[in-house]
Design a binder for this molecule. Sequence first.
Ligand code: C2E
Ligand code: CA
Ligand code: CA
Length: 689
Amino acid sequence: MQSTYNFWLVAISFAVATLASYTALDLTGRIFLLASARLRHAWRLGGAVALGVGIWSMHFIAMLAFSLPIPLGYDFATTACSLGLAIGASYLALVMTTRARLTALRLLSGGILMGFGIAGMHYTGMAAMDMTPGIHYQPGWFAISLAIAIGASSAALWMARALSNDDARNVFQKRSGAALVMGIAISGMHYAGMAAADFPLGAVCGAANGVNTIWLAAMVSLFTLAILIVTLMLSRFDARTTFLVGAVSKLNGQIIRLATLDSLTGLPNRATLTERVERAIQSSRRERSLFAILFMDLDGFKTINDSLGHSVGDDVLAAFSQRLLQCVRSSDTVARLGGDEFVVLAEHLASREDAGVLAESVLERMRHGIWSDSQPLQVMPSIGIALYPQDGDTVDTLLKHADAAMYEAKRAGRSTYRFFERSMNEAATRTLLIQSALHEALSAGSFTLHFQPKFHGGTDSLVGAEALIRLIDSKLGTLPPLEFIPIAERSGQIVQIGYWVVRETCRQIRRWIAEGLPAMKVAVNLSPRQLLQPNLVAEMLAIVQAEGVPCQQIMFEITETVAMQDAPKTIEMIREFQANGFEIAIDDFGTGYSSLAYLQRFRVKQLKIDRFFTNGLDEHGAEGSAIVSAIIALAHSLEMDVVAEGVETESQLDILKSMQCDEMQGFLLGKPLSANDFGDLLKHRTVAA
Ligand code: C2E
Ligand code: CA
Ligand code: CA
């Protein structure tokens, strides 16, 4: 039988297929955005209905476009069955494409399933015409229609997935393109299937029952379009609102987190701590109970941060906070105030001793603890404790007093704890006074240098001096360096002070020379913060050259502890100093548990034995002597000179001489002197050449 097609209905069928595909793609893209599993499921079902109805009506409209020279109609039950198949296949497709992972196997089996679904829908739809004799299908075209259905479905599934993984740009264009391909594929399947169908001459359609096909076509098209458009709009609306609701509540959570928690460690921040301490004050007042504030900061954290970088510093802080949490009771609050400052609020203590026990156990665990993160990391805090009610009854005073106690703990040698005492308040106030005195001194130049002579061990001749800084303040009087250097170190003022010391040392050397005195070799102390200055050597060189003093006259002293902190970097810096003619000494040797391997690689001019060991020659008898003689022998084997510091007694001097100690420095031989007094000394003593 000769068949014909109505062009407009073919066009509409194609448009419906494309729109249905677009709706499905749009849905798969959005189902991901939905937070709740129930919503996702509901939309998968809704989407399957839309896509299924779309595919089915594409077929149905295309069938209406098709006419034979005999009246045609469709059996209701079979047609409904074909619709069911279309929806089922679409549901499978949506489930496949909205799965978390889409493997090649899953894609292929999904494609086959859906292909069979579409083809099944088509041929069932054809069967609904109830032709007698039956439609004869050409195997070639039949196979092609099946291949198109499977191939197109696989391609569509893949595209839908690729699109949903894509970034947000040009999504509409890409999705439209994919929908067009899918529309062509669905239509292609249909028309290939139709090409396969041979209607024998004289066949009769058993389902023809006089329904107005044009009216039916219009109704079906309108109905389908309406379903698709409503689905599209609803899905957009729903996805957007749930997405927005999700985003807003997430944002809300983030804002709360930001306001109350520290972003690096996730611990409560200062604001939250303040609130909790306030609550603790209220409840302790009611219950007449005791609570403690443990204020801690990490020993040497600045050095870690400056030398290893901020991201390492951050890791250290995060690891420390985790460990700290493991050290305290679950009812205690651990907060980070910023920087390397942490606070533990421990409520409901039975006695003051409980706070000490807690601090002790924190220190003990930090020293030996086995940690879940098992990072090779040893950071120790210094802890200051303030108690409510005796040490204060406001958040501010309690924190301030715990902080003052913490400084006291640092002063007492770090990695320990101290309870607040009234006298510490004065110490904190004094720190502030010194800070501003330093500030003034830097601009007014009210520092002075004293020079302590160094003598040759064998000949007693003067071999050099160590420059030691003093601060004379109108209010505070003369301050020893041990009091203000640590404060300048913390505030960073030490860097400028250090440049001043070198400049003033050079000027003093020139003044002595101008007075006709011999050129002196002067040792200048470098503090940890200065060593972290990347351009330290260049700056020092510029100063010394500007003052017109040969670099050979200046020796820099680096304490052993600081030198060892980042030994490879120290070696580099020592080499740079030496390349410019400066000499280097390792100061306070014996206090820093040096790795001897590094000591060898430092290759410095001098090793200065710490006063503690010189002292030990008298106090620790044979054992003390053995240590010092071992250090001297070691230094000599590494071709370094040894200077004994803090020589105070004749017996010490005698023992050191017998041990071939190269140079001596100490109150016995000479105290630090003003520049003028040192000039007098230069006039009267033999000076080593
Ligand atoms: P240091 O480098 O170990 O300096 C030696 C300290 O020991 C000096 O204290 C000196 O006066 C003292 N001393 C010398 N002989 C004896 C002795 O026989 N017995 C006793 N008990 N002490 C003795 P000073 O001047 O108070 O300096 C203390 C520390 O301050 C120095 O220790 C040094 O680390 C630091 N310092 C001093 N001046 C400067 C400076 O210009 N820059 C830097 N960065 N640090 C400095
Ligand atoms: Ca020194
Ligand atoms: Ca020293």
